[in-house]
Design a protein around this ligand. Structure first.
Ligand SMILES: Cc1ncc(C[n+]2csc(CCOP(=O)(O)OP(=O)(O)O)c2C)c(N)n1
Ligand SMILES: [Mg+2]
Length: 333
């Protein structure tokens, strides 16, 4: 549905589908408690949904409407929900990792100074290509040094847009970089939700017990191009066909049938319910208003009229002048 709406011009900028990688988000996030935090990338609409942000709010945000979880100011790639502790999608790769490390530091600080029974955990999701960026190494170091309650979840889909993982990294086994910093590194089949859950349980449990971070490499694959604007001409059709046979949703369905855990009718009923939720979210997004023109600068700077952002210091003349200047420019445009 996201693809349909994007091609109809209802969503702006880029939208990145998550098809093929669902087992990673579900396998990890479904184990979290209310207070735990999630930091994501540009596939954040899925991580937000998994974390419980209502589909209506997510779809509206993708449409850039005021009823979205960021009042339509974030759009695709910038989902945020204070209520659900979704601390953002980050379009600049690697930028979310220090934010997640900071959130984990906050939890550690709370535990040591304010609230002894605080056992919050933060999950940082990012891709294989991102593991070649500096923030990854810096944050692994800090997290291990301070035994932070964080799990670094690498969604290794073997590609960074059109760059093959094997061509761009000195050692393609990402999990090995964990032990280099003194934390466990684990590799898991990221297309098997039950295997992901098993590994996630161990890593999250470890973080909750104050035993520090874990690096988990989930080997997965995306079924579509990098974004909906990507013609996806660089990946070998044979490779795509190979991974298509391992669709995590089809695999789980097969497992449920083989183990008599669900009937065809039960799964059909779930499918129907999902279709209804999606239809409802699209209708809601269509009907919702776009942000008013006078909200253009809201939440851009610290603004007491904004939401969740601290009060502006009225004596800060520089910010006031900058705001005025921006307002003048926007009116000219
Ligand atoms: C700092 C920065 N450099 C470059 C880009 C352009 N860019 C967008 S996605 C991407 C590849 C990311 O690949 P990976 O980390 O494997 O994530 P995936 O999309 O495969 O989940 C790049 C280089 C960016 N967004 N941010
Ligand atoms: Mg990748």
């Amino acid at each position: 549905m996201c693809a349909q709406m994007y091609y109809r011009g209802k969503m702006f900028g880029f939208v990145h589908l998550y098809n093929g990688q669902e087992a990673v988000s579900t396998g990890f996030i479904k184990l979290l408690k209310q207070e735990d935090c999630v930091v994501s990338t540009y596939c954040d609409h899925v991580h937000a949904l998994t974390e419980g942000v209502p589909a209506r709010q997510v779809m509206s945000e993708l449409f850039g409407k005021t009823t979205g979880c960021c009042r339509g100011k974030g759009g695709s790639m910038h989902m945020f929900s204070k209520e659900h502790n979704v601390l953002g999608g980050f379009a600049f790769i690697g930028e979310g990792i220090p934010v997640a490390t900071g959130a984990a530091f906050t939890s550690k600080y709370k535990r040591e100074v304010l609230k002894e029974d605080c056992d919050e955990v933060t999950l940082a999701f990012f891709g294989d290509g991102t593991c070649n960026n500096g923030q990854f190494f810096e944050c692994l170091n800090m997290a291990a040094l301070w035994k932070l309650p964080i799990v670094f979840v690498v969604e290794n889909n073997l590609w960074a847009i059109g760059m093959s993982h094997l061509r761009s990294t000195s050692d393609p086994q990402i999990w090995k970089k964990g032990p280099a910093f003194g934390m466990p590194g684990v590799h898991v089949d990221g297309m098997d939700v039950l295997k992901v859950m098993e590994v996630a349980q161990e890593a999250i449990g470890r973080a909750r017990r104050g035993k520090g971070p874990t690096l988990v490499e989930c080997e997965t694959y995306r079924f579509r191009g990098h974004s909906l604007a990507d013609p996806d001409e660089l990946r070998d059709p044979a490779e795509k066909a190979h991974y298509a046979t391992r669709d995590p949703i089809t695999a789980l369905k097969k497992y449920l049938f083989e183990n008599n855990l669900a009937s065809e009718a039960e799964l059909k009923a779930i499918d129907k319910k999902i279709d209804e939720i999606i239809e409802d979210s699209v209708e809601f997004a269509y009907e919702s208003p776009v942000p008013a023109r006078n909200q253009l600068l809201e939440n851009v700077f610290a603004d007491p009229r904004g939401f969740g952002i601290g009060p502006m210091v009225s004596t800060d003349v520089r910010i006031l002048n900058l705001r005025k200047e921006l307002l003048r420019c926007s009116l000219k445009v």
